[in-house]
Design a protein around this ligand. Sequence first.
Ligand code: GRA
Ligand code: FAD
Length: 673
Amino acid sequence: MANTTTDDSRKENNQDLTLERSNASFNINEITEIIDGGVDKTKFRKEMEKLLFDDPLFKDFYKTFFKTRSELYEESIARGVKLFSLRQKYKWTDEQFEVIEDLVNHLFGMSLHFTMFIPSLERLATETQKAKWLPLATNFKILGTYAQTEMGHGTYLQGLETTATYDPVTEEFILNTPHKSSMKWWPGSLGKSSTHALVQAVLIINGKNYGMHPFMLQLRSLDNHMPLPGIEVGDIGPKMTVNYNDNGFLLLKNVRIPRQHMLMKHAQVSSDGKYTSSGPNKAIYATMVLVRVKMTKWVHDALRKAITTAVRYSAVRHQSKMDDSGPEPQILDYQTQQYKLFPVLADTYALFFMSRNLRRQYNRMMEDIRNKGSYKMLAEIHSISCGLKGLSSKIGIDGASICRTACGGHGYLMVAGISEVLGLLHSVVTAEGEYTVVCLQTARYLMKQIAKVSVGEVVTESCEYLNVDPQSFSCPLQTPADCFNLTFLCDIFRNRANSLIRSVASRLQIAIESGTPQHIAMNNNLQSLVRVAEAHSETIMVLDFTAAVTSLRTSPETIKVLTSLCQLHALHTIVKHAGDFMETESVGLEQIKWIREQELKLLEIIRPNAVALVDAFDLHDDSLGSLLGVYDGNVYERLYESTKYNPMNQNVVHPSYHKYLKPLMSGEMISKL
Ligand SMILES: CC(C)(COP(=O)(O)OP(=O)(O)OC[C@H]1O[C@@H](n2cnc3c(N)ncnc32)[C@H](O)[C@@H]1OP(=O)(O)O)[C@@H](O)C(=O)NCCC(=O)NCCSC(=O)CCCC(=O)O
Ligand SMILES: Cc1cc2nc3c(=O)[nH]c(=O)nc-3n(C[C@H](O)[C@H](O)[C@H](O)COP(=O)(O)OP(=O)(O)OC[C@H]3O[C@@H](n4cnc5c(N)ncnc54)[C@H](O)[C@@H]3O)c2cc1C
């Protein structure tokens, strides 16, 4: 595969793409730098591309599609080991390593070591425990995973069954997975790789259940990697994707660990078995908040690969005729193709600005915790990260599915790369809090906020719009041109979420006041609660995108093109949920008609810049992992080349011909029956 970066080494053989690129109205480097976070970061990324993609271990991503699971696993471990060694050598920061994770599509073994194991130690261990384990972990003397989910429970953490029973005589915890349903099931890198696990288990002291707590457990010998006594561990089997990862199971039978192996930053057990706690009671859930925040960016990273592929391919693919006498047009010129792809393109940019802002908010919260011991922002960040992780995964899945189908038959090939992206997004919608479940966490917060407003309190942050009475709202769209006014669109989103939240809150209140037990009232409104969480999260996305494009310090051409995408993101979201927006009188019937018309106008406005807008993501071909989306557009050559690599084609006549087909065709098989 060609090494393609935005330097002069790029070969532009496909004339359609050359023309598309010359038509762009803006300088793509400006957007690339915004996305990377500055010129220096773009420079770093390009250096890393050179370092990684000159190495055969990281090149030609598409070849992974022809591998068996065991080969995939082994290769991913080789990649992981290389990346970890490079990280050590070059002293990459966490932020730099996240760039690298994206470049290699997270396709490397032991990724949980840095995503969850070390962050858990940092957040849940005491200073003494950190001093002991962090150097071992950062120097790869131990390799760790995060083992929380069990076969019987992933969502409902209060239902976890793994026990850690304190024995004051020996000052040890005894770990057990008493039933089949209690075995840990799913943790990444658990099956074959990890030597240690951060195990979440129910703490029991003198027969009293203190709920889920984190424990450091050594799984395997550091000499020969054999599981330690009382421990059974293995791989759970093939999955929809991420098959390079050894997601594992773990059974524990009377495994004893020292008392000091409970991570005791937030809760402590003394040698004589006294339990004390400090900090908020959900502080032990801290790692999940971090990963949900990161996942919103992972969705952007994944979706930009799918949309880059679909847009470039649509520019080089010609099919059918619009006009009998004319040539076959690029499929990107069909309005229907644009209507499929440009909203996805707009969503991809929206995801970027949202996830960037979410990460900034998360970092501010962590600073407050570290510097002032203040957990004031935790409830807000938990709430928005849950909703945004959920919404982004849904946008990602819907968008990547559209990209897949928009590439026709070839999009169905694994080497098109989109199925891999789609599978990854399917893991994000479930892992780290299943979609509905995380939305309900957001809704729970929203119900609390609106209850505060109803007693005259002023609420802030993402819920600030709840302070306004929707009765005072009237739709600001007076003419079709107003549909491009981002201030108006933001107000419309705020009003729709505000009205929906109030209406569910009032339905719940009426039901409870009229004697319906709370849990039944809640269950009767669960779907509406998910809907309000979605409305709230969609509002945050539109607000974040708008705030970003209206505060950009770059050329007017770049601002213009990003503004069009922001408008399209907002208008398309309104169209998708037209019922909600009309039901809440955020827009009227007339306005919906205008919005639909203006949406189509935006397709025309975006069309000349479509290829440049995906080029601006500046994805190296080896990172993109798609033969349909290659930078030089030589798609058909690449597809044919890939058949040469395909193990199915290594024999011109497959052995099964001699074994089965020949006996059938010669009549030998039938005569044997
Ligand atoms: C659904 C809940 C949140 C419910 O928890 P619960 O203790 O039963 O809560 P509850 O009694 O209903 O009380 C809710 C209360 O707990 C708060 N809370 C909940 N989670 C957090 C948090 N993370 N930070 C801060 N606060 C949190 C909520 O805000 C509620 O607060 P409130 O009572 O309203 O003041 C929880 O069980 C949960 O988080 N489930 C999802 C499990 C999950 O995400 N597992 C991840 C496993 S690791 C993984 O998947 C790795 C993937 C990595 C990869 O793919 O690479
Ligand atoms: C690729 C992948 C990687 C993973 N990695 C890890 C890991 O490293 N470590 C780890 O510990 N775990 C890991 N997990 C597990 C993951 O965190 C859980 O699968 C996830 O939290 C969902 O929980 P569950 O499987 O119990 O789903 P369930 O809760 O059983 O969900 C099934 C259905 O029940 C519904 N449901 C459940 N509860 C409610 C409710 N209260 N209200 C309404 N509906 C509800 C859900 O909406 C869903 O439709 C991973 C999972 C995957 C797929």
